[in-house]
Design a protein around this ligand. Structure first.
Ligand code: PRP
Ligand code: URA
Length: 210
């Protein structure tokens, strides 16, 4: 099935993103905002989750109610920066399992290098959300999705906060079957592979390493 790119222009997401981009935003506030934006994006991205009708008894009478049905969720943050999105999503879906994939970009080639991987045993049976605040060249996200497909995952979505057009193109060409959720698509990549205007280095701003 063909996936598509969804730009989440909800005013609350856009407002928080405006503060996130500001170079004067503190590490503490940056970290909180990444988490809050991830929550709001999760709320929107899970809109089509299947439900089933059941009957329960309230203190006043019987009620037909809906509860979640269908596949269970797993989230897979790309280390490091994807970690910043985990808590925000677990607040909404506390039963989600969490896999980790460690990738860093070689600063010269911009190619992703894998250094860690630990997945839930039943990952192939789950609806998987790959998390990374930044989709720049798209190399890291493409590698993570390929990796999950090799594990047998068939239902994969990608959630990023800011994307470059180059990254959107790459993921759409390499993995046309997956849905991609972003809060903004920016202008372009600079010569160092940074998104312009972007927000700088997401990992460094989340963890205060610069
Ligand atoms: C950043 C970001 C993505 C990747 C995006 O990670 O968090 O994982 O770059 O770039 P790409 O689309 O060109 O692959 P980085 O390599 O800086 O590692 P970090 O999260 O550990 O800081
Ligand atoms: N990774 C980041 O953290 N920021 C960018 O702009 C590009 C890649």
């Amino acid at each position: 099935m063909a996936g598509s790119v969804h730009v989440m222009d909800h005013p609350l997401i856009q407002h928080k993103l405006s503060v996130l981009r500001d170079k004067n935003t503190s590490v503490k506030e940056f970290r909180e905002l990444v988490s809050e934006i991830a929550s709001l994006m999760c709320f929107e991205a899970t809109r089509d989750m299947p439900t089933e009708e059941i009957e329960i008894e309230t203190p006043v009478g019987m009620a037909k109610v809906k509860r979640l049905a269908g596949k269970k969720m797993a989230i897979v943050p790309i280390l490091r920066a994807g970690l910043g999105m985990v808590d925000g999503i677990l607040q909404l879906v506390p039963s989600a399992k969490v896999g980790h994939i460690g990738l860093y970009r070689n600063p010269e080639t911009l190619e992703p290098v894998e250094y860690y991987c630990k997945m839930p045993k039943d990952i192939a049976e789950r609806e998987v959300y790959v998390l990374d605040p930044m989709l720049a060249t798209g190399g890291s996200a493409t590698a993570a999705v390929s990796f999950l497909k090799n594990y047998g995952c068939k239902h994969i979505k990608l959630m990023c906060i800011i994307a470059a057009p180059e990254g959107v193109k790459r993921i759409s060409e390499d993995h046309p079957d997956i849905d991609v959720f972003v809060a903004a698509v920016d202008s372009h990549l600079n010569d160092h592979g940074y998104i312009v205007p972007g927000l700088g280095d997401a990992g460094d701003r989340i963890f205060g390493t610069k």
